[in-house]
Ligand binder design. Structure first.
Ligand SMILES: NC(=O)c1ccc[n+]([C@@H]2O[C@H](COP(=O)([O-])OP(=O)(O)OC[C@H]3O[C@@H](n4cnc5c(N)ncnc54)[C@H](O)[C@@H]3O)[C@@H](O)[C@H]2O)c1
Length: 330
């Protein structure tokens, strides 16, 4: 049995579906601070509680005879982490420590952890490989890096097989019912502006990039979910201590995303250029050779698929088809 913490969240609901599709039995732990358990497939047990509660986690591991944990629960908003660092360190770092403590006590020896490209900070080369220097620029990124260190050190003495997946910019939807409602991510922010008839904001157009806007590596959430199914099998097959980038290995600029959103929505919106946000690196793109060469996983969806699927799910969530805005909202 697999335990997915944070399984009712945006990525979690996709991961649970992918793991179920690969034949795994899954139980979810989620405190529902941000989750939508109604989006989980029928029959998936959801234990409501916080990963910070080690006794609760031990009860769940014991009750369901869990043999592997996929630990996604955590807080993810970079901006909020700057204003609420204590909350972020508690939720993310102490959350990880609690999960590992419960696992050790119940003799659960496999874990896959949601890390982030935020651990890199600025990327000096064209792409970041897993051994690139880490210099996170936010408390959020630092919590993820500390979690990786905690995991590495505790796993080494406890004989835990583990992998930390550094997700790049996750977007898209694996179904019309699985929209990302997070106001912190670019794609839903653009859609929100379209719905309101406003101009989405582009933060900075004077970066040292071909069109002057920031370049990121957008990964379809369904590709990311499929990577989890691959990695769960890998940590079970052999003792593992591995960090993998999970991106598509190609960069897209903010303007590329704007154009893809115009295309997907059919709305010919304009965007507004604002001051760059402090701490936003110009370019963060994954080197994805390691996970491809070692585990055979590679992303299959491109930016058009990502933004198109996200728009369909966004439209469905607000009760439309997606077509009605294209014929005259602006
Ligand atoms: N979305 C991205 O682009 C992205 C990028 C890199 C890493 N990540 C990481 O992936 C993970 C999942 O992200 P998401 O986008 O699905 O976020 P999300 O907010 O949609 O999901 C997180 C889930 O965890 C639950 N949760 C939060 N704190 C909890 C706690 N203490 N105990 C139990 N449940 C708790 C929430 O209720 C929610 O269902 C996070 O750890 C995030 O940092 C996300």
């Amino acid at each position: 049995m697999l335990l997915v913490t944070g399984g009712a969240g945006y990525i979690g609901t996709h991961v649970v579906r992918a793991l179920g599709g690969a034949g795994h039995d899954v139980v979810v732990v989620d405190d529902l601070s941000d989750g939508h358990p109604e989006l989980l497939p029928d029959g998936i047990p959801v234990e409501v509680g916080t990963v910070l509660d080690t006794d609760f986690m031990m009860d769940v591991l014991d009750m369901y005879r869990v043999d592997c944990v996929v630990h996604l629960a955590g807080r993810k908003a970079v901006d909020e982490s700057i204003t609420r660092p204590s909350f972020y360190y508690r939720q993310n770092v102490l959350g990880m420590q609690s999960v590992l403590a419960a696992m050790v006590r119940l003799d659960v020896r496999r874990i896959v952890f949601s890390s982030s490209a935020a651990v890199y900070g600025a990327v000096a080369d064209d792409t970041a490989a897993e051994d690139a220097p880490t210099a996170p620029r936010s408390p959020y990124g630092r919590t993820k890096l500390i979690c990786e260190w905690l995991l590495r050190d505790i796993a080494a003495v406890e004989g835990i097989s583990w992998s930390a997946l550094r997700y790049f910019n996750v977007a898209g939807a694996g179904g019309r019912d699985l929209a990302d409602h997070g106001v912190h991510n670019l794609v839903p922010r653009v859609f929100q502006a379209i719905d309101l008839g406003e101009e989405p904001t582009v933060f900075g157009d004077t970066y040292d990039t071909p069109d002057g806007t920031c370049i990121r590596d957008y990964i379809h959430v369904s590709d990311l979910a499929a990577a989890h199914a691959t990695v769960v099998d890998a940590v079970a097959a052999v003792p593992m201590s591995a960090i993998y980038n999970v991106g598509c290995g190609r960069g897209a600029s903010v303007l590329d995303v704007m154009r893809a959103a115009r295309e997907a929505s059919g709305v010919p919106f304009q965007w507004r250029i604002a001051e760059p946000r402090p701490g936003d690196p110009a370019r963060v793109v994954a080197d994805t050779h390691l996970i491809r060469d070692e585990l055979g996983w590679t992303a299959v969806h491109d930016l058009g698929d990502i933004v198109g699927s996200a728009w369909e799910a966004w439209s469905a969530a607000r009760g439309g088809t997606g077509a009605e805005l294209s014929v005259g909202a602006r």
